[in-house]
Design a protein around this ligand. Structure first.
Ligand code: GAL
Length: 738
């Protein structure tokens, strides 16, 4: 049944943009479902002088759609046409025409349409009635009234099996509801009515009958904002109504999944469809719909949600947090689906102290995700961040990427080397012959020799009164594992030199990457016209993703991630190759995660070349042998998808040695693990697998300069160190980049 209703809803949702039927109701007549709703069209505006958020949109009358299966809908046109330019008319577009509901009177053979009629400030509080000989209208408006002199705002009608019909409406300044019996022809309220849910401030009523009892779902009065629904039960429409609690179950239940009830449609065999509106208060025309299965089991009404649905593409970071109520054990889930609704991957996160959440990545091919909780649980609050932590604004880099890709270990010019000045200054990698420029990190300020700084061998010394940023050593917390953030605090120096790099030098390894080499060579071959696809997938953790280079953090000079710099450099060298680059780096991920999910994240992309970059989240726990097993598992799984896939294994840069205090008993373990990972990766090199040793490169840099010149925080490279990654990778597959 759930599947069926999902299908119904998907069918409806797919056409939702074509359907304009809010606050809707349904009439089932002669095998056809007729859907009636408010037509919301035009610009939303806020009524001045109100104490509440009285957002309005022109009242467009009542729409009608018909369907035999609840999936395919035909637009039957406007069932009740509004009037234009006559403010005295109930149906004027400047008025309120809401929550239309139609019932059929078998005796008079008339279709009767009831609706909420109001003025913009909701002071009119009346119910209107219209009539037609045909279900789809046009309806003839008969007028509006206050039943028995009582206010009537949010309302619905209910037709019982015995032919009696009732009007149910929020009255008494929305504090109390009333149920009023309609006349036999359904055109007038009778004097028979009852006050129900007294003083409870309920509205948005939806009535249905199940197993001989009457149920009434309502919302609290909070304008267009969603709140928790409740259901009440009674033995007869004019009987005693008893509130039973929230029928909604699952993440988002506390806000009726972001929606407000409007109707409950009985289907065959005791099944029901719960229909609700997802108001978009500042753009009411774009309000959505939510249809969910409703069940009644032993008197208990439940509206379940398969999880909140979010549209998000593949390789995107997503995070959510929720507060959970209910069973002692259970989990929250994140399910990733394709555009054709097949489940790609499910993540489960345990519930701990009534909290659950996750931060993860969607696999390629994801079109949307659902977030929810396991059976027996409900979520009290759900906070979701799509594309978590990524800067949405795209900024063109302010730095010269060609200069940035000149290898640091070659030539005689260094561009924009970062130095964190402390109280006394900071050290360059090489002895400068000539300083070309010293700038701030954002590159918009040039510092002057003799004014801002002077040179002492390899040291830049900050002069008193200098505009250059510095970071006094004493401002660093000396605690074990004390975090810091140096983003943008460096100065950058361009200079010439003639001394040489004494650390490891990445060497061209094309011969061991025959596939990539072949593709690139082919694209570069004379006379080759069609572009040759070269697909590169980076699979790793935060550093891979780009944390925290300037482009990733959205600060000047907006340098792209190392993966992207690498892709651009390969593309620039082989303009006729079509380099396709995918970054599947998940911040926080471990090699074990990489091994577990390689089939989901890498294989579907059918890469020619895979960069494997793990370690920064592993050295805390994992010994080199196990780390090696994870990397081997990744290679095996990816090769099972394509035996010719090739790999570059990046060994992890070192963390800032000061991050772990010397007194920390585990320091040797951590440091030893990182060195061990480097060795184990080296042992995996061979045909189709080459390595880039960032462990040793970073180690030499930290000794020649200092770690804080090269990292943003203890674990992530800055633009300078990230460029060593990009330059090193490029050198492995591009022979003559100069
Ligand atoms: C809601 C009501 C809607 C509409 C809205 C106006 O509470 O359920 O139908 O009237 O207020 O703010």
């Amino acid at each position: 049944m759930r599947l069926l209703i999902c299908l119904l809803f998907l069918g409806f949702a797919a056409r939702a943009q074509d359907i304009n039927a809010h606050g809707a109701g349904v009439l089932f007549h002669n095998g056809v479902y007729y859907l009636y709703g408010e037509i919301k069209k035009g610009k939303t505006w806020l009524v001045p002088g109100q104490t509440w958020e009285d957002y309005r949109v022109p009242a467009g009358g009542v729409s009608c759609y018909s369907s035999r299966d609840l999936v395919h809908w035909k637009n039957e046109g406007i069932a009740l046409v509004p009037t234009v330019g006559d403010p005295s008319s109930d149906l004027d577009t400047g008025r309120v025409i809401e929550r239309p509901k139609v019932i059929y009177n078998a005796r008079t053979r008339k279709f009767v349409l009831w609706m909420h009629i109001d003025r913009n400030d909701y002071s009119y509080a009346r119910v209107g009635v219209a009539v037609s000989d045909r279900p789809q209208g046009p309806y003839r408006y008969l007028g509006s009234m206050r039943p028995n002199g009582q206010e009537s705002r949010d309302m619905t009608v209910y037709q019982d099996a015995d032919g009696r019909a009732y009007l149910i409406y929020a009255s008494e300044n929305n504090k109390t509801m009333q149920v009023c019996l309609l006349s036999d022809d359904y055109l007038r309220p009778t004097a028979v009515y009852r006050r129900i849910l007294v003083g409870q401030r309920r509205e948005a009523p939806a009535v249905f009958k199940a197993q001989g009892r009457y149920y009434l779902i309502t919302s609290l009065c909070s304008g267009w904002d969603p709140n928790a629904a409740t259901y009440a039960v009674a033995d007869s429409m004019l009987g005693q109504w008893r509130q039973e609690g929230n029928p909604c179950v699952g993440a988002g239940a506390e806000s009726t999944f972001g929606a407000q009830s409007t109707y409950v449609l009985p289907l065959s065999r005791g099944r029901f469809l719960f229909m609700a509106d997802r108001w978009n208060k500042t753009d009411l025309e774009r309000s959505g719909y939510l249809w969910l299965p409703l069940t009644v089991d032993d008197g208990r009404v439940e509206v379940r949600h398969e999880g909140e649905r979010y549209v998000i593409g593949g390789l995107a970071l997503i995070s959510y947090e929720m507060r959970v109520r209910g069973a002692v054990t259970g989990y929250s889930f994140l399910r990733c689906y394709t555009a054709t609704d097949s489940l790609l991957l499910e993540y489960r996160a345990p519930v701990n102290e009534a909290q659950s959440g996750n931060y993860t990545e969607t696999p390629p091919g994801t079109a949307y995700v659902r977030i929810g909780v396991s059976e027996g649980l409900s979520a009290d609050s759900l906070h979701v961040e799509l594309n978590a932590g990524e800067d949405h604004a795209s900024h063109a880099p302010l730095c010269d990427l060609r200069q940035y890709m000149r290898p640091f270990w070659k030539g005689d010019t260094v561009y924009n080397e970062t130095v964190l000045l402390d109280d006394s200054g900071g050290r360059l990698l090489y002895q400068p012959d000539r300083i070309l420029a010293v700038r701030n990190y954002g590159l918009d300020t040039v510092f002057r020799l003799g004014v801002d700084y002077r040179l002492e061998g390899r040291r830049i010394v900050r002069l008193p009164g200098s505009r250059m940023r510095f970071r006094a050593g004493a401002t660093f917390d000396k605690k074990d594992l004390a975090w810091y953030n140096l983003q943008s605090q460096w100065v950058v120096v361009s200079y010439t030199h003639h001394d040489r790099w004494r650390g490891p030098v990445p060497v061209y390894s094309g011969a061991r990457l025959p596939r990539v080499e072949g593709l690139l060579r082919k694209s570069g071959a004379r006379g080759h016209v069609a572009s040759t696809k070269v697909r590169i997938v980076a699979y790793g953790m935060s550093i891979t993703r780009g944390m925290d280079v300037s482009g990733y953090d959205g600060v000047a000079p907006y340098m792209p991630t190392y993966v992207s710099l690498f892709g651009k450099a390969v593309q620039a060298r082989y303009p006729r190759a079509a380099v396709e680059l995918y970054n599947a780096g998940l911040p926080g991920s471990t090699a074990a995660w990489g091994a577990q999910y390689a089939e989901s994240y890498v294989v579907p992309l059918q890469p020619d070349l895979v960069l494997l970059d793990f370690g920064m989240n592993d050295f805390w726990r994992m010994r080199p042998a196990e780390f090696g097993d994870s990397v081997k598992a990744m290679i095996r799984k990816i090769r099972a998808g394509d035996p010719k896939a090739e790999f570059i294994l990046l060994s992890n840069m070192k963390f800032d040695p000061a991050y772990v205090a010397d007194s920390d008993r585990n320091k040797a373990f951590y440091v030893g693990n990182l060195a061990g990972y480097r060795d184990v990766l080296r042992s995996l090199e061979g045909n189709g697998v080459v390595g880039l040793d960032m462990t040793d490169i970073s180690d030499v840099l930290y000794r020649e300069k200092k770690a804080k010149d090269c990292v943003v925080n203890p674990l992530h490279p800055n633009d300078y160190l990230a460029r060593w990654y990009a330059q090193g990778l490029t050198r492995l597959i591009v022979k003559d980049e100069d």
